[in-house]
Design a binder for this molecule. Sequence first.
Ligand code: PSU
Ligand code: MN
Length: 305
Amino acid sequence: MVHNYLDIHPEIKAALNKNRPIVALESTIISHGMSYPENIVSAKKSEETIRNEDVVPATIAILKGRIKVGLTEDELNYMGENKTIRKASRRDMSMILSKRIDGATTVATTMLIANLAGIKIFATGGIGGVHRNAQKTFDISADLMELANTNVGVVCAGAKSILDIGLTLEYLETQGVPVIGYKTTDFPAFYTRKSGFKVDYKADSYKEIAQALKIKWDLNLKGGMVISNPIPEEFEMDKDLIDKVINDAVLEAEKNGIRGKDITPFILSRVHDVTEGKSLQANKELVYNNAKVAANIAKELIKTY
Ligand code: PSU
Ligand code: MN
């Protein structure tokens, strides 16, 4: 049934059959998270980083009503060049497929689709979360519910402070989602290595993380895991600068009445404009770093089964 809607790229099909490690990648980061042409550069280099670890990358998107697990180069370019592709979160899936249109998958939908295909590890930049002022707006990303329900480990650089990081962590706790730090006790804040909040557990090896995932799923503890991996020191941004830029962008979004699923892309693009690309560079580097860690966890996870 599910396979009526899924097109799994032959390379990924072969990897699944041979039980080779695979890492999923999202496409909202391409269509809405970064500007052209750097979005395509980043998507390609993320795949290459995973390949360099001898792991198979699977970029996920929806194209003309088909769920694609693994994109061709043309499809990947299309995702980066086309400015009108809808951001597809969980609620959008059914209508996008029914209308046979395109969709860029968020963390939530990439997890959901990876799980349908049998892929257990996913690398991204930052997860969505509880927005600042959520007590008024109710704006809580569907990524958090997906983390609570779908068995995929998500490697990220924490969450941007466009969100209320404290409330995001509270929400994850309520939903029973483990928040792990790879070689750190600090929950990272995307552009910076520290957010002022701690992770639940520090893990010092890929193996330890893979084992925790296996145990979680063996015990039917449904849901994913946030594996946070701080941006490499050499690419970290100045905390005061980025805090100010983000604060201004959040206020600007509010003033302009930007709402719902447009908030995250609006703030991201404002931050990139104001920092003249410095933040884009940081963004790319942290994604590559996450791709590498995810690939190594995927390799360890295969060994445990
Ligand atoms: N955070 C980032 N970059 C991104 C996103 C979040 O730093 O590109 C994207 C991810 O795809 C994430 C989505 O799943 O935004 C969350 O959107 P929302 O808050 O509308 O759920
Ligand atoms: Mn939202």
